[in-house]
Ligand binder design. Structure first.
Ligand code: AMP
Ligand code: ZN
Length: 666
């Protein structure tokens, strides 16, 4: 088999696996084997730029940067939908339809109304050509590179598709993925996203498509548009779209009459809470395309479709009190304690209030009657106060000024939403939270020790930081609640075993604010050991790829602290891994040793990631912005003019990817 054949075979295979996994939910290969094949293809493509294909599955990982999204006209306008809120509304609508198409039996397709960001994707000769946001309905932004990273969007179609058409759908962020993203943010002390819909639509406009690729977005399709499509009904269109490889949720249903439409609505009004993503209604469409054509459009929306909006589930109840929780990083979260009330099938006792601004905006006061709503999040939120029920002597809520756990005065950093308790070393939930983070699965993964036991150990005065764990003796642990000889032994053994955990995970485990898993990896790789990181200046840190000022500042602050330095010294003495293990080091040469590179623009033979990998693997460093310390700028297409100017001004060598290749091989 020649190279092109191998490349083609891998592309076909990987596309099929993506389809099985993301569209059919039915993978037939392990993630590991998938990655191996993907790597193989990536390597072949890098070696053979002549076989580049803008539709290769390797582009799913992203890596292109879009500074300004190009505005494009929609060939077919993207209309809104008329809304209805009751069955009577729908009956009236049917009467209006019959005035136009005549007194005939009308069939409808019922689909769920997915709550995300709408997208219009153009396919030509079975290939994804362009994806455009809705914009104002007439023109939107070209977000093709970002959309290509969403694995459920087919890049190449199957079967008997029309030569050219647009397909419309909704980009959604399923709850599970959304929760996971927020979990990761909370873990590093960042503010979580407020809801899946905004996060999905924000994702489409991210400049770095590699960032989009990391987000667990999905794309659900619902409409095909074009000339001479040879489609007779909406139902048939949905089925065809499925056949061509699109993800069209199969909850959609053909209803013979309005009665069946109502049954669909009643069913999903209850069961929509079981779906993996957010829906806010049902879209009812006249099934026959011929009728659709006769009904046509108003200035704003099709006359042949109607959205039926579910009533959002809301109840009113009384706010009994507000309590304040202190997180691992000291962030304070206010929580509303409510008079228990039934909402969407569960009893609600608590609701989130987010932060001081939110409390002020809602102007919620103790003993107010409040409206509570269940959105995508697990914990419901207060959306408004029923002012008609307010007690005459009520007073505005005063946000706490001191930590509820240690009474230290709270601080609020300019530009941040949350208050913090600055008593890093004396505030119990912060101490316990830090140790819990240290032992957690993605960090040191200490077997035989759980979060509750950490609290027990702390309360018994046995540990007050994670270094203390390494001093624990079996005899000290046994007397604790629910502990026995065996469990105490396991705990001590688990702690000792953690000395084998590699440096990058130890660095993450330290719980430095904003240093999540990815940042920890970057820092470990760049500096190789803890002492180098501790010594690094702010200036030096921000030159590391992907390390921004906020992270750099937090790292510097962490190591400036005497107490942290002592703890780290102790960890070192216990034998915890505080430097990169030579065996795990992936450098292949020292050729670029000491050289600092900045990568800018779009490349032909390398992806940006590959370039960065190659630099680091050969001893160089990747900086994020051009400074006098930069040795080389590797410039691709579309390098920004301001960068060019800066590089010239500072006399930094500008090379292209081929010259970089020579540098490596020469
Ligand atoms: P609205 O924004 O309320 O005018 O509703 C129109 C939007 O609903 C469209 O732009 C689509 O993005 C979205 N939508 C979600 N699901 C569907 C569906 N099954 N059929 C048509 N539109 C849908
Ligand atoms: Zn405190």
């Amino acid at each position: 088999m020649n190279v092109l054949e191998t490349i083609t075979r891998l592309r076909v295979e990987l596309n099929q696996h993506n389809y099985n996994y993301y569209t059919l939910d039915n993978p037939t290969i392990s993630d590991y084997d998938f990655d191996i094949k993907l790597k193989e293809l990536q390597e072949l493509e890098a070696k053979h730029p002549e076989f580049f294909d803008e539709n290769s599955p390797t582009l799913r990982v992203g890596g292109t940067i879009t500074k300004n999204f190009e505005t494009v006209m929609h060939e077919y306008r993207m209309y809104s939908l008329d809304n209805s809120y009751s069955k009577e509304d729908l009956q009236d609508w049917e009467i209006r339809c019959k005035k136009i198409v005549g007194d005939v039996a009308i069939q409808y397709t019922c689909e769920l109304k997915y709550d995300g960001a709408s997208i219009s994707i153009t396919y030509e000769n079975g290939l994804l050509k362009r994806a455009v946001t809705r914009g104002d309905g007439f023109q939107g932004d070209d977000v093709t590179n970002n959309i290509k990273t969403i694995k459920a969007v087919p890049i190449k179609l199957k079967g008997d598709y029309p030569e050219k058409f647009d397909i419309r759908g909704e980009i959604v962020l399923p709850f599970a993925g959304f929760e996971k993203m927020n979990q990761d943010l909370i873990e590093i002390g960042e503010t979580p996203y407020s809801n899946p819909r905004n996060t999905a639509s924000g994702s489409l406009k991210l400049q770095d498509s590699a960032e989009v690729a990391k987000r667990p977005l999905d794309c659900l399709l619902y409409s095909i548009i074009g000339n001479n499509l040879d489609l007779n009904t909406q139902d048939e269109a949905l089925q065809k779209a499925r056949d061509w490889g699109f993800k069209v949720p199969n909850q959609s249903k053909l209803a013979k009459n309005l009665e069946e439409v109502f049954q669909f609505i009643d069913y999903w009004d209850v069961h929509r809470h079981d779906l993996p993503y957010e829906t806010d209604g049902v879209v009812v469409k006249v099934n026959l395309i011929q009728y659709q054509n006769e009904l046509d459009y108003t200035a704003k929306s099709p006359r042949w479709a109607m959205a039926y909006k579910f009533k959002s589930e809301q109840v009113s109840t009384i706010l009994n009190s507000i309590s304040y929780q202190v997180g691992r990083t000291g962030a304070i979260t206010p929580v509303a304690n409510l008079e228990p009330v039934q909402l969407a099938g569960t009893i609600v006792k608590r609701a989130s209030l987010h932060n001081a601004d939110q409390i002020e905006k809602l102007d919620v006061r103790l003993h107010d009657t409040v409206f509570v709503e269940k959105g995508g999040e697990i914990i419901p939120k207060i959306i408004a106060v029923d002012l008609t029920q307010r007690k005459p002597n009520s007073e505005p809520t005063k946000y706490i000024t001191n930590c509820p756990e240690c009474n230290t005065e709270l601080v609020r950093i300019e530009g941040e939403a949350n208050h913090y308790c600055p008593n890093f070393y004396g505030c119990p939930p912060q101490i316990i939270g830090r140790i819990q983070h240290y032992i957690s699965r993605k960090a040191m993964d200490i077997e035989g020790l759980g979060g509750e036991t950490v609290a027990l150990l702390f309360n018994a005065g046995l540990v007050s930081n994670y270094a203390d764990l390494y001093e624990l003796q079996k005899e000290q642990i046994i007397p604790l609640e629910r502990m026995a000889e065996k469990s105490a032994e396991n705990l001590v053994k688990g702690v000792q075993d953690s000395k084998n955990v590699p440096f990058e995970r130890v660095l993450y485990a330290l719980g430095i604010r904003y240093v999540g898993e990815t940042v920890a990896k970057k820092l470990a790789k760049h500096y190789k050991n803890i002492d180098a990181i501790a010594k690094a200046s702010l200036m030096d840190l921000v030159l590391v790829d992907e390390i921004g000022e906020k992270i750099a500042q937090s790292v510097v602050m962490f190591f400036e602290n005497q107490e942290n330095r002592l703890i780290i010294e102790r960890l070192k003495n216990y034998g915890v891994q505080l430097e990169i293990n030579a065996e795990n080091d992936t450098s292949v040469s020292d050729k670029l040793k000491g050289k600092i590179f900045v990568v800018s623009g779009v490349f032909e033979i390398y992806s940006r990631d590959d370039l960065k990998k190659a630099i680091e693997a050969n001893g160089g460093k990747v900086g994020s912005s051009i400074s006098s310390k930069t040795d080389y700028v590797i410039a691709g297409d579309n390098m920004g003019p301001s960068k060019l100017e800066k590089a010239n001004k500072l006399n930094v060598s500008i090379i292209n990817e081929f010259q970089f290749n020579d540098l490596l091989n020469g």
